[in-house]
Design a protein around this ligand. Structure first.
Ligand code: NAP
Length: 247
């Protein structure tokens, strides 16, 4: 397993699953571009942890909900590292609420970051990857995108949308030696799930056959698999990392 000489961009790499992905890719020898939206201190900590493993790493602030920012982000990574081999579209937000009362602005915010963010980063990155005739794109979906969840209609739509995006782009880019896959985590212990009320947390835990929450590092290793040579002939797939939740 080696990612020596490869350059990876991880959106939302400052915290949670994204940070674990940055560390896993750095451990395998990749140079890592750590994107974040607002939490510069957390992004810096991720960068320092990657560098402590001997990897090149740098922070890149960009709000992926902005198409122009996605384009600039990919260009900035190209200018700093010379190429882009692995794109991990991980940045994501939740704005939970019941269908009857949820606000349009919450739906838009979730779709803009989770779905359009991935779309615009893929659009910019695929231009470089086509020229390189090499690329690995990994999109973060969710078990909620496969199974649904009450109070998360917008979030579920964004994560189901990621699967369509992944499959269509996989077919479009396959002949250029670019694979596009999705990882669908279940219930992973991060800031995102820590904010859940205890009742909702327990209800989700009760649906996990393995009877425990997942750790960010467990998701990161699945992401890394798609980025490695071992995954070279796999495209358009979704891998659940969920202790059996989606079965
Ligand atoms: P988290 O702990 O809340 O971290 C979210 C990350 O996304 C942060 O690095 C944040 O940056 C970044 N981010 C948010 N909005 C952004 C934007 N507009 N532009 C750029 N970056 C942005 O979340 P997590 O639990 O690690 O989740 C990571 C991904 O996995 C998400 O796509 C989530 O939907 C998915 N997922 C999580 C779970 C779970 O159980 N945790 C389950 C299934 C799927 P800042 O630090 O700058 O705010």
């Amino acid at each position: 397993m080696s990612m020596e000489g490869k350059v990876a961009l991880v959106t939302g790499g400052s915290r949670g699953i994204g940070r674990a992905v940055c560390l896993e890719l750095a451990r395998r020898g990749a140079a890592v571009a750590v994107n974040y939206a607002g939490n510069a201190q957390a992004a810096l900590e991720t960068v320092q942890a990657c560098q402590a493993m001997g990897a090149q790493a740098e922070c890149f602030q960009a709000d992926v909900a902005s198409p122009a920012a996605c384009e600039e982000l990919v260009q900035a990574v190209k200018e700093r590292f010379g190429r882009l081999d692995i794109l991990v579209n991980n940045a994501g937000v939740t704005r939970d609420g019941l269908l009857m009362t949820a606000k349009e602005e919450d739906f838009d915010a979730v779709l803009d970051t989770n779905l359009k963010g991935a779309y615009f980063c893929m659009k910019a990155a695929s231009k470089l990857m086509i020229r390189q005739r090499y690329g690995r794109i990994i999109n973060m979906s969710s078990v909620v995108g496969l199974r649904g969840n009450p109070g998360q209609t917008g979030y579920a739509a964004s994560k189901a949308g990621i699967l369509g995006l992944t499959r269509a782009a996989a077919k479009e880019l396959a002949a250029r030696n670019i694979t596009v896959n999705a990882v669908a985590p279940g219930f992973i212990e991060t800031d995102m799930t820590a904010s859940l009320p205890e009742k909702a947390r327990q209800a989700m835990l009760d649906t996990i056959p393995m009877a425990r929450p997942g750790q960010a590092g467990e998701v990161a290793r699945a992401v890394a698999f798609f980025g490695e040579e071992e995954g070279a002939y796999i495209t358009g797939q979704v891998l659940c990392v969920d202790g059996g939740m989606a079965v």
